[in-house]
Design a protein around this ligand. Sequence first.
Ligand code: EPU
Length: 422
Amino acid sequence: MDIFKIEGPVRLSGSIEISGSKNAALPIMAATILTGGKSVIEGVPDLADIKVLANLLGTLGADVSRAGNGDLEIDTTVIDNPVGEYDIVRKMRASICILGPLLGRCGRAEVSMPGGCAIGDRPVDIHVRGLRELGAEIHLENGIMIAKAPNGLKGKRIFLGGPFGSTVLGTANIMMAATLAKGTTTIESAACEPEITDLAGFLNKMGAKITGIGSPRLTIEGVDSLTPTRYRVIGDRIEAGTFMVAAAITSGKLELTNCCLDDMVAVIDVLENIGVVIEPAESGCIVTRDGGRKAADLTTQPYPGFPTDLQAQVMALLALADGNSVITEKIFPDRFMHVAELNRMAANLRKEGPCVIIAGVEKLVAAPVMASDLRASAALVLAALAAEGTTMINRVYHIDRGYERIERKLNAVGAKITRQSI
Ligand code: EPU
């Protein structure tokens, strides 16, 4: 098990290239199931979660490898075991996104029901509802979802909204399954996240007929077959947002490349309210701070609202603001495992239901802390960059799930992070 030893405070300065998006790459990898042959996906980050899905695709019968230039090659000529085993699915909830493509291609699938995780219960009822609407028969047996579509899937108008709004991977699953269904599917209350737009772009490049991309109404005209293709995934807006906060919390100056500001309007709005300056630059931006650190309130929402995946990181920044802020979590109301850990570093945070009240403090102080989930761990790294002393972060495997070589990227711009195996 690795730990991070982070010396602070530091002032970051330099340029960071943003990696390809994990959350775009995962469903795109799953979408290759829909066709037979070799697809090449460029810009797929080298992350633990990507390895889990590559492994899972391998157990289905696909051949997944990295080319010398880093491209991910997925040969899906053979998909002869449409079974998502518990031992793999339990490692990563996003494994659920093989369900729709397996049903589309094989007419059957068995996927272990993913459990909850540190950020909440994370049900999959909407995925199941949507696939049933397309004609699949799905039942649960010993913790395994057994899905069949003996007569193929049939297009339909489907409402996919849930108690917390749209669902990202639910939309991905139904959209993928619908590409090979008979007739036309309309998804109402579809997720509009850029990662869904990217997946739709990939599917259309394979020959799917999807319109309304980027809107809450997606129309998918079923086709007989899809063909393998080559595609580059978008830059990771959550990694970019994390490094924007890194520049702000260290009063530094960072250039971020391969970062699309158009996908980050809500994030930029909140950061600008705090006093962060984000100037567009060639293929990205330059991030600095204008002196003060103002308090700000924010509410997480489905895209184009403020993303839940940046809530913890911005909380670390607001912990050092002048005044009181309130963060309201409207996607995963229990996603606050970082609160107690940030308080160990002398932050003043109080959780009240789905809200956290943040009384800004003048400084954070190093402490041994525990990473609990991916984004919470990122928040601890950010806090440690600004804190006085040496912070030890345990269980950094959480951060390796979603940030590519974070310590190398940050050390190259002035951080002092050492990874130690214990
Ligand atoms: N929900 C249901 N029923 C469902 C599905 C979702 O009630 O069948 C609820 C969830 O419990 C949650 C809300 O709907 O309250 C939204 O969840 P969503 O389905 O959109 O989440 P997801 O698709 O499972 C993806 C990302 C998450 C990100 C969320 C929200 C991937 C691989 N994962 O998860 O990313 O937080 O969307 O934007 O794309 C991360 O990268 O750290 C991460 C957790």
